[in-house]
Design a protein around this ligand. Structure first.
Ligand code: ACO
Length: 326
């Protein structure tokens, strides 16, 4: 019994921060930002918006997309790098505001968080199915919600031109259920981390703003995404030619270009939406998936490779075969 995505939803703050706005804030230019990153604008959460409110809105949209109600959901997993507070989790706030009646917890793996959350959900679904089968019951169970939600602009120094141009706010959510096709849903995954690289990208303890060694993150990101994607494809018994849609973490278009050319996946089979949202960390992959589905690029049968990297460093890839709507 695999895991398949049956609904997707997003929540995007109204306020746009364009490159022209940034030109007025720091010593930068639209041309520099577009050439070095591909980003043209990002969204900024309103004062009353948090990772919990954005996550709630994205999750509600995903529930609607799946044709479900809060009572149908058996577990909530929330990936966020920018929780509302140290504790309790952002997940319990989303659980309460949506009126879910299930367990809820956060996953912290920075920009790899959504894929970590998806794989965690898949593991718990498999356990659920196994326990039911062992006790003689019917396999199956309630669907889960996996949410990626961020308010990264709140931890970015607005006077630091090397970071304030990169990040944006937003949320994406997926309803996941037991797959119905023998070769459908989540086919393989690869998760990795290297904690010796904490200082490459972090909010240092006791400090307010994130610090990043951009060049080194860039170099290592290309390497880990290529390696992790290849591992996930191998585990699924597939090659890059089999991939119909590649959904990479949206950090920098030059990272995506380099990864695509090294793996051998053409850009026309790759989702790029960072020009409009910047880097939304754990929200970026579900946001991109939702846009791809909306654009008719995910109708059923497609082999989808998702791959993220982020602070830690962490990295995470998964291969799914998209299942048509029932
Ligand atoms: N505008 C104009 N000039 C700038 C800007 C700016 N916004 N930012 C930096 N510069 C300058 C630098 O000061 C430097 O000037 P110098 O040569 O006089 O010293 C020059 O531009 C080149 O700077 P680099 O840092 O070498 O530029 P680079 O080409 O590496 O691009 C960037 C910087 C865009 C940050 C790139 O390194 C990058 O994208 N790295 C990856 C970052 C990333 O993906 N982070 C997210 C990880 S995911 C997560 O966990 C959140």
């Amino acid at each position: 019994m695999g895991l398949t995505i049956t609904g997707l939803g997003t929540a995007i703050p109204e306020q746009r921060l364009t490159n022209a706005d940034l030109e007025r804030m720091v010593d930068t230019s639209d041309a520099w930002i577009v050439e070095r990153t591909g980003i043209r604008e990002r969204r900024v959460a309103a004062p009353d918006e948090t990772s919990a409110t954005l996550g709630t809105d994205a999750a509600a949209a995903a529930l609607k997309d799946a044709g479900l109600t809060p009572d149908d959901i058996g577990l909530l997993v929330v990936a966020t790098t920018t929780p509302v507070q140290l504790f309790p989790s952002t997940a319990v706030r989303i659980q309460d505001s949506l009126g879910l009646r299930c367990g809820a917890f956060d996953v912290m793996a920075a920009c790899s968080g959504f894929v970590y959350g998806l794989v965690t959900a898949a593991g718990m679904m498999t356990v659920d199915a196994g326990l039911k089968a062992a006790s003689g019951g019917q396999p199956g169970g309630r669907p889960f919600l996996v949410v990626g939600t961020e308010t990264l602009t709140r931890v970015v120094d607005p006077t630091d031109r090397s970071t304030c141009i990169l990040f944006g706010d937003g949320a994406g959510a997926a309803v996941v259920d037991h797959s119905v096709e023998a070769d459908g849903g989540l086919l393989s995954w690869d998760l990795g981390s290297d904690g010796s690289l904490v200082s490459l990208l972090e909010v240092p303890p006791g400090e307010r703003w994130l610090r990043m060694e951009g060049k080194e993150v860039f170099r290592r990101a290309v390497r880990v995404v290529v390696e992790s994607s290849s591992t996930a494809l191998q585990k699924a018994g597939m090659t890059p030619e089999d991939v119909d849609l590649f959904v990479p973490h949206q950090a920098n278009v030059r990272i995506i270009d380099a990864v695509c050319s090294r793996i051998g996946i053409p850009l026309d089979r790759t989702v790029v939406n960072l020009d409009r949202y910047g880097n939304t960390s754990a929200a970026s992959i579900p946001l991109a998936l939702a846009e791809a589905a909306e654009a008719g690029r995910l109708t059923g049968g497609e082999v989808v490779l998702i791959s993220g990297f982020g602070a830690g460093m962490t990295w995470a890839s998964a291969v799914l075969r998209w299942e048509p709507r029932q």
